[in-house]
Design a protein around this ligand. Sequence first.
Ligand code: UGA
Length: 467
Amino acid sequence: MKLSVIGTGYLGATHAACMAELGFEVVGLDIDPAKVEALSRGELPFHEPGLPELLIKHVASGRLRFTTSYAEVGAWADVHFIGVGTPQRPGESAADMRYVDAAAVSLAEHISRDALIVGKSTVPVGTAERLATLIADTRDAAGLPGAVELAWNPEFLREGFAVKDTLTPDRLVVGVTSAQAEDVLREVYAQALAAGTPWIATDYATAELVKVAANAFLATKISFINAFSEITEQVGGDIGTLADAIGHDPRIGRRFLNAGVGFGGGCLPKDIRALQARVSELGLDRTMRFLAEMDDINLRRRDRVVDLAVQVLSHTLHGAPRRAPNGGAGHTPDPVSVQVLNGARIAILGVTFKPDSDDVRDSPALDVANRLYTAGADVAVYDPKGNANAAARFPRLDYVNTCEAALQGADLVILLTEWDEFKALDPTHVATLMARPTIIDARNVLDPSTWRQAGFTHAALGHRYID
Ligand code: UGA
């Protein structure tokens, strides 16, 4: 079976290389010639562990190639996966569907044989039905030969684990309108099915909703624990122990209850906003209203880090009496805060939205770094993989190539993305580099007592700053 994958971003490039690894002949299509050239040379334009090896292996074997030509894939492939982006529309909550629509129409215009189109992008419910009609109408108008069907097969891969999640998924969900379409997809995923992966064949709407429901649930879990952080920051208590304790209940589970600076990335934030926009369109304004609250809780975590930085520095730099925390209510820096931050040297460790990725889309870490800079702090940023992408967005921050360079002479260090390199830091060594041994752990991954024993003033999200 010959496969094409439309779009070669985080999702499409991973899917293409993994399908080649499963033994299929694959062509990846992108409208960006520079991307196609890089991928054809075996160069991955983003960071994803394990993926460069697969790309190189299958470009060399000839099983995987890349093109910009819809005519080429339309004449060649049996199955076409659509893996293009559905970003948030600028200034709106809804998803921008122009890339998915363009891919569907371009395929419809160029397929000249029997084929199955399989949508993988995250889309508002109702999209597959709309596209099925669009594809049929386009082909009827052009009088093209061959029967073309549409299926929807949402993707659940996580950045950083994309290869594993694609080759050995938790579950496979397909929205289909015929037994033939399901059979084709069973053949594509035969290896995972043989290994016992749950297979859920359903209608379009369910398949589309499964994806957004999963991401909305994950976002809610994170904001739920972060809401409790606002309480423990005020009254004391340990947010990690609270998460561990409730997580022992198998109905709740411990995963995705890590309190910190919150969720970001190209998926969770825009997906909960697009879901609210879609249900409003359907006249169900109140149905997903709680997600607006989850979004707010999430964004308040960023305010809280800025607020903590002001509190900590007003004490360590300016000798002011320590202030009681404000309960996590958060605020953008007022003039007093700007005075405190002005000229303070702050080391930022991590700018990606999570470790093992170079993705800075809607990154809480990068947002915090930029806010501190805007308020007058002298910000030195280090991320093992994210500096280049961050610099493309906020070029005026001072990006350095090592952790040590960021820490040199700093009045405060803020850990914002939990890379292994930062979790393994030796506080005694860090103290020798800094002007003042002061740390904010915005991901709750460091042991406070070890850092305090090394002479650090230590603050963390979800913990009262002053006991
Ligand atoms: C997410 C989903 O986890 C995938 O299943 C889904 O396929 C993907 O979106 C998508 O829609 O394409 P991803 O964006 O790679 O995957 O990242 P996650 O691992 O979900 O993390 C999202 C954010 O939540 C990160 O900023 C992370 O730091 C944060 N997070 C995660 C927490 O703050 N606390 C936690 O306990 C877990």
